[in-house]
Design a binder for this molecule. Structure first.
Ligand SMILES: NC(=O)c1ccc[n+]([C@@H]2O[C@H](COP(=O)([O-])OP(=O)(O)OC[C@H]3O[C@@H](n4cnc5c(N)ncnc54)[C@H](OP(=O)(O)O)[C@@H]3O)[C@@H](O)[C@H]2O)c1
Length: 255
């Protein structure tokens, strides 16, 4: 397929690389900071344009990979005569693209993407479209880079985005806080990798409810108070510890 990339941030860069690797042609790139567009165009062997109006007006896909709040504004500066316009956001309605192209939709890779990644790798991709013909093109593009492609409308995708934030962004933040605490106490954080991996292995084969363990799960208030006393000088961690503990106590009937 011919793909026009609009945006050379994390997603534009990594999806651009991935599309090229599987045989699609990136026909042009635009980015607000034109230096970044040039760099990515050099890497992908294509052209960078400085003005949105210089982009090709026809392509199979126009991928709008700009920040959520600028999607609508950038989209409405495009001139598309043929092709499917997609954005990559989990939490933005596809309807912000209405009126720019007859065919439009969404290709949301459900993954934390950083521009240093050489390709997308394993990732579910959630798609949507305003028409059967647009859906066919988007589905075919998504299936060329992912084995897990599902369709969800705007409401369902937003719910998925919330679940992704909790399961990925929030858990990583907890790892971040725990790793800072481990550093401060001179404890090797890599000792905890098998524990972390064990939870992921468990929730793939049974409901997360069945995988729960720990003092709050057992209603062990003595150990909870010992933990809390360690956090006397860590107000942020103590607040999170208390919220999590209350939630687990409540779920397992200890209140
Ligand atoms: N990163 C992820 O993990 C991830 C995963 C799935 C989906 N997404 C979605 O992918 C899209 C892009 O995210 P990203 O992580 O690639 O963002 P990013 O790395 O922060 O890059 C933001 C891009 O938006 C451009 N931009 C920002 N404000 C603009 C404006 N007012 N006018 C024109 N361009 C503007 C930036 O241009 P400059 O370079 O000139 O600043 C840059 O190209 C978003 O819709 C996001 O929700 C991201």
């Amino acid at each position: 397929m011919d793909v026009v990339l609009i945006g050379a941030g994390n997603v534009g860069t990594v999806l651009g690389r991935t599309f090229k690797q599987v045989g699609h042609a990136i026909t042009a790139i635009w980015n607000r900071d034109s230096e970044k567009a040039k760099q990515l165009a050099d890497e992908l062997g294509t052209v960078a344009v400085e003005d949105l109006k210089e982009l090709p007006q026809k392509a199979d896909i126009f991928l709008l990979a700009v920040s959520d709040k600028s999607i609508q504004e950038v989209a409405h500066q495009l001139t598309i005569t043929a092709g499917v316009l997609v954005h990559a956001a989990g939490a933005v309605s596809k309807e912000v693209l209405q009126g720019v192209s007859n065919d439009y939709g969404v290709i949301w890779p459900m993954k934390m993407i950083r521009s240093h990644m050489s390709s997308l790798g394993s990732s579910a991709i959630i798609i949507d479209a305003n028409s059967a013909s647009a859906l066919q093109v988007i589905e075919s593009l998504a299936e060329s880079i992912s084995r897990q492609v599902s369709r969800a409308d705007d409401d369902k995708r937003l719910q998925m985005h919330l679940i992704a934030a909790i399961t990925s962004n929030f858990t990583n933040h907890l790892y971040h806080l725990a790793s800072d605490y481990a550093k401060e106490k001179e404890i090797d954080f890599s000792l905890f990798y098998p524990l972390i991996e064990g939870v992921i292995a468990q929730i793939k084969v049974q409901d997360p409810e069945k995988a729960q363990a720990g003092p709050a799960f057992r209603g062990d208030r003595v150990t909870i108070e010992k933990h809390r006393s360690l956090l006397a000088d860590e107000p942020v961690l103590l607040k999170i510890y208390d919220e999590m503990t209350q939630s687990i106590l409540h779920k397992f009937g200890h209140q």
